[in-house]
Ligand binder design. Structure first.
Ligand SMILES: [Fe+2]
Length: 289
């Protein structure tokens, strides 16, 4: 057990993101260290730890300081474009990887770019937090971009804020990475859930814009045409460059982010190169405006 708190916090962009140094996550942390990390997390939304050597158990122990670990979501049988990874042997862990062994993906989310999204935003209790650890990386690309959705909310024009007060939007997941879900047909067999367009963050009390391009398809209580126009405006606000911190991965990087106040996306990378990151999450709760 480490007894002292010697943690440094270095902001990484004006949008969000900070590097935390002075802590070895492979060892149990004392409550003061956890509190210092939580405090930095509340301010910076995305935390980056460099040069970590973490076993799966180390990662799960650290994540559990912040709540109950989330279980991996399994795609319904009808959605075969994401298979269950062959080396995912712990229900709390998801391997983000394009690696195949004997022709079978060892994990999920394969290759290519990945549009902005909220992890498990299509469920009734979206994960509070995601933790991602880099194990193998391509020579370039595969960066993770994070957008600060507090800032996005603040930038929604006042008239639109007024119009969307009390409104919910449908989030639907068809297990695509760069193609918007389609909510126009029968969605009963496809994971989906509605959440307020504007969510009050349960911990900070601040309002955030809870909408993403990949999975948020329909604002309830307005026409389909109007919903499309408004959602496009909201996606664009959420993806403004000045709200984005782009993380370029190095081996040993460990990132943690808050899904209630950020959205994230992946840039493309050479598909013939291996990429492997280990993900775990903290279970969420229903969200309210
Ligand atoms: Fe994600």
């Amino acid at each position: 057990m480490q007894d002292t708190v010697d943690i440094q916090v270095t902001p990484l962009s004006p949008a969000c993101g900070a590097e935390i140094s002075g802590v070895d996550l492979s060892k149990p942390l004392n409550p003061h260290e956890v509190a210092a990390i939580k405090d930095a997390w509340g301010k910076h939304l995305v935390l980056v730890f460099r040069g970590q050597k973490l076993s799966q158990d180390d990662q799960l122990r650290f994540a559990s300081y912040f709540g109950d670990l989330g279980s991996r979501k399994k795609p319904p049988a009808a959605l075969r474009n994401r298979t269950e990874g062959s080396q995912q042997d712990n229900e709390k862990v998801l391997l983000v990887s394009n690696i195949k062994v004997d022709g079978k993906p060892i994990g999920a989310f394969g290759e290519g770019d990945f549009w902005f999204h909220i992890d498990s935003g299509y469920t009734a209790r979206p994960y509070k937090y995601t933790f991602l650890y880099a194990i193998e990386l391509p020579s370039r690309g595969g960066n993770t971009m994070f957008s600060n959705m507090y800032k996005a909310y603040e930038s929604v024009p006042p008239a639109l804020k007024e119009k969307l007060k009390g409104k919910k939007a449908l989030h639907i997941h068809e297990y695509n990475r760069a193609k918007q879900a389609n909510s126009s047909g029968d969605i009963s067999g496809i994971p989906h859930c509605s959440h307020p367009v504007f969510v009050t963050h349960p911990d900070t009390g601040r309002k955030t814009l809870f909408v993403d391009r990949l999975m948020t398809t329909r604002i309830e209580g307005v026409s389909a045409e109007e919903s499309d126009v408004i959602l496009n405006e909201l996606y664009e606000i959420g993806e403004r460059r000045e709200f984005i911190f782009e993380h370029v991965w190095k081996l040993g990087d460990f990132l943690m982010w808050d899904n209630r106040c950020t959205i994230h996306a992946r840039t493309d990378f050479p598909k013939e190169e291996r990429r492997l990151l280990r993900r775990c999450t903290v279970e969420g709760e229903p969200l309210y405006e």
